[in-house]
Structures are given as C-alpha cells and as structure tokens.
Design a protein around this ligand. Structure first.
Ligand code: VGL
Ligand code: ZN
Length: 196
C-alpha cells in the first residue's frame, strides 16, 4: 500500500506553508515553479476537509521595516508585507473554510522561517489531538525545512510529499540538501512517483 493511501486519518493535520503571491512566479521573492505546489496542496486540503481533519496555513506576515529585508541589513528583498497583495495566499489555493491561519515573523526585529516560531501552532496541534503532520508549500529550503524540523522536535510524525514543495535554491542543490536534512530528522519524504 502506498504511504498516502492511509491518509488522511484521525490524528493527522495538513500544514500548508507560505503559499503566498510573493513566493510565486512574478512575486517579490519568487520560487521557481512555486505555483506547481498549488494543485497537489488543493487535493490534500480537500481530502482533509472531507475527512473533517484540521488544516493549517502559515503565512509570512512582515512589517514594512522587517529585519530580514535588505534595507535593514537582511538577506531578502521586501516580501510578504502584512496586508499587501504579495502577502495574500495564492488566489488558486483552495483552503477549506475552517483552515486555521498562522501568521509569523510579524514584528520588525524577529524573523521566523518555522511556522512554530513565535506562534501557537504547537499548542493548536496538541489541542486538536494531532500526532502526524503533512507539510507542503514554500520554500523547501527555508520555511518548509524549519517547520518540518520543529515539528519533529515537538514529537510529531512528519510526511513531506515532494510534489507539494519547491525550493528557492540560492545555491544549487539547497532544496535537495534540505530534503536530506528533513529525512535525517526523521521526516518521511514521499517521492513524486508515489504521491498524488
Ligand atoms: C521564506 C525567505 C524569506 C519562506 C520566508 O517562506 O520560505 N523564505 N522569508
Ligand atoms: Zn520572510
């Protein structure tokens, strides 16, 4: 039986990471082929909603003077400024109405690649009785990586469908190395052929 055939089951949650316009082709911090995660994530989201299981969506939600922006000495161009079109979820992303939105890196002085960083995501997962999370979104080598590592540290089982993640690849191979680090941390990477 393929791994995802058992999904989703009670105790599972879906975490959709930062599928925001600024990370999509044409955006301020575009991830190459970032739009390709949307169709598989829509299928996962529908499966979770149909099963009555929780869906979480994280978003980068920065103030205009955020420390990660070049003007403040950070590594990135301005992106995902709270309330701007670039910070909005992709319009083709079909999040179920009950999706719980987790905003992160919302203050000028702190960055957070992880959806667990400075948020109540862990408590919300615990309260929902979640034991296993499926994580997809953008970008493999930053926010997906750190969300997955924190989920493992918090004791959750983690599944990452390769079809549902894409990398920034500032250095070629960053995305592949990030997947390797997730695997080392105990996450299960589901290769494209095996996934939806
Ligand atoms: C991200 C770079 C800067 C991400 C967020 O969502 O992966 N990457 N801020
Ligand atoms: Zn950011």
């Amino acid at each position: 039986m393929s791994p995802e055939a058992a999904f989703p089951a009670p105790g599972d949650a879906l975490i959709v990471v930062d599928v925001q316009n600024d990370f999509l082709p044409g955006g301020a911090l575009a991830v190459a082929r970032g739009d390709e995660v949307i169709a598989p994530l829509n299928r996962w989201a529908r499966a979770f909603a149909d099963a009555g299981l929780p869906v979480f969506a994280t978003r980068d939600w920065h103030p205009a003077d955020h420390c990660s922006f070049k003007a403040q000495g950070g590594p990135w161009p301005p992106h995902c400024v709270a309330g701007t079109p670039g910070a909005a979820f992709a319009s083709s992303l079909k999040l179920p109405p009950a999706t719980q939105i987790i905003s992160k890196a919302t203050t000028p002085g702190q960055d957070a690649y992880s959806g667990f960083g400075g948020t109540d995501l862990r408590e919300r997962l615990r309260k929902a009785g979640v034991q296993r999370v499926i994580v997809g979104g953008l970008a493999t080598d930053y926010c997906v990586l750190n969300t997955v590592l924190d989920a493992r540290k918090a004791g959750f089982e983690v599944l990452v469908p390769e079809s549902a993640v894409r990398a920034v690849d500032v250095q070629p191979g960053d995305g592949a190395r990030a997947l390797e680090r997730m695997k080392q941390a105990g996450a299960k990477i589901v290769p494209d052929g095996a996934s939806r």
